[in-house]
Design a protein around this ligand. Structure first.
Ligand SMILES: C[S@@+](CC[C@H](N)C(=O)[O-])C[C@H]1O[C@@H](n2cnc3c(N)ncnc32)[C@H](O)[C@@H]1O
Length: 237
C-alpha cells in the first residue's frame, strides 16, 4: 500500500480533563495539604479527582474535570502507535480550560502516572518541556479549538461521538486513509473527559459525528481503534 506523500492524520484530544488547580479552590484545605506535601503551591499542581474530589464539588462541570489519567492513557496509545512511528500522526491536547498542548511525535512520555503528572505540571506552569528549550518536546498555549483547527488548516474535523452515525472501524479507517492519500488535512477529535457531552462550540466545529460502537467507550479505546483502522487501511501494519 502507498503511504509516501500521504498527509499525516491530526489527532486532537478535546476538552481534556487536564488543568492546573483552578483559583476557586486554591484555599481549600485538601488542596493546600496535597500541594504542601509535594513542596508546591496549589496553582502549580494538577487537578485530580481522586485527590481533590471534595474540593471539586463546588466547581462548575466538576463531573467533566480532574482526570489527567485519561490524557495519559490516550497519549501512550497514540505516541506508541505504528502510525506515529511511520511519521503519519500529529497529536494535540485541547484542554477544558482552552489551552492546546502540541506534542512532538518523538516524545516519550513517562509510563508511570505520577511522573506523567509531574511533567504536565511543569508543562502547564512553564509553557514548555524541557523548559528553555528551542525545540521543546511539548509546548502549551492558550488557544481555542477553533483556532487550532484553523492554524492546522484542517479541512475535515471528524468528531468521534457515541451518538453519531454508525460506521465500522474498517470503513472509517479506509475513509480517513483515502483522504490522507489525497493530501486532505483530516482531524479526528476524541473527547478526553470522563462524563458528559461536548460543548456546543465543539459540536459546531465538526464536519461529521461518527460512532464506532453502540455503547459509550473509554477515550483511549476509541483512540486505539481509530488508529488501528487507519494503519490497516494504509497497510502500515
Ligand atoms: C468516556 S466518553 C465521554 C463521556 C461520555 N459522553 C459519557 O457521558 O459517558 C470519551 C470519548 O470517547 C469517544 N467515544 C465514546 N464512545 C464512543 C463511540 N461509541 N463511538 C465513537 N466515539 C466514542 C467520544 O469522543 C467521547 O467524548
Amino acid at each position: 500500500m502507498r503511504t509516501t506523500g500521504a498527509e499525516p492524520l491530526h489527532l486532537i484530544l478535546v476538552e481534556s480533563a487536564l488543568e492546573l488547580v483552578p483559583r476557586e479552590i486554591w484555599h481549600h484545605e485538601l488542596v493546600k495539604k496535597h500541594a504542601r506535601k509535594r513542596g508546591k503551591k496549589p496553582w502549580e499542581t494538577i487537578l485530580d479527582k481522586s485527590i481533590h474530589y471534595r474540593a471539586m464539588l463546588r466547581l462548575p462541570q466538576h463531573h467533566k474535570r480532574g482526570r489527567p489519567d485519561i490524557v495519559h492513557a490516550c497519549l501512550l496509545q497514540a505516541l506508541g502507535s505504528p502510525l506515529n512511528k511511520v511519521g503519519l500522526l500529529r497529536i494535540y491536547v485541547h484542554t477544558i480550560d482552552n489551552r492546546v498542548i502540541f506534542v512532538d511525535p518523538s516524545t516519550r512520555i513517562p509510563r508511570h502516572y505520577y511522573r506523567f503528572v509531574g511533567l504536565m505540571e511543569q508543562l502547564l506552569v512553564e509553557g514548555r518541556v524541557p523548559p528553555n528549550s528551542d525545540k521543546p518536546l511539548m509546548r502549551c498555549e492558550r488557544m481555542l479549538l477553533e483556532d487550532l483547527l484553523k492554524e492546522l488548516g484542517v479541512s475535515r474535523a471528524i468528531l468521534m461521538h457515541e451518538g453519531g452515525s454508525r460506521i465500522s472501524v474498517a470503513e472509517l479507517g479506509r475513509d480517513i486513509a483515502s483522504g490522507m492519500r489525497r493530501g486532505e488535512r483530516i482531524g479526528v477529535l476524541v473527547g478526553a473527559f470522563p462524563h458528559g457531552s461536548f460543548s456546543s462550540d465543539v459540536e459546531r466545529l465538526a464536519s461529521d459525528k461518527l460512532s464506532i460502537f453502540d455503547q459509550v467507550l473509554d477515550s483511549w479505546v476509541v483512540v486505539a481503534r481509530v488508529l488501528a483502522g487507519v494503519e490497516i487501511a494504509l497497510g502500515v501494519c
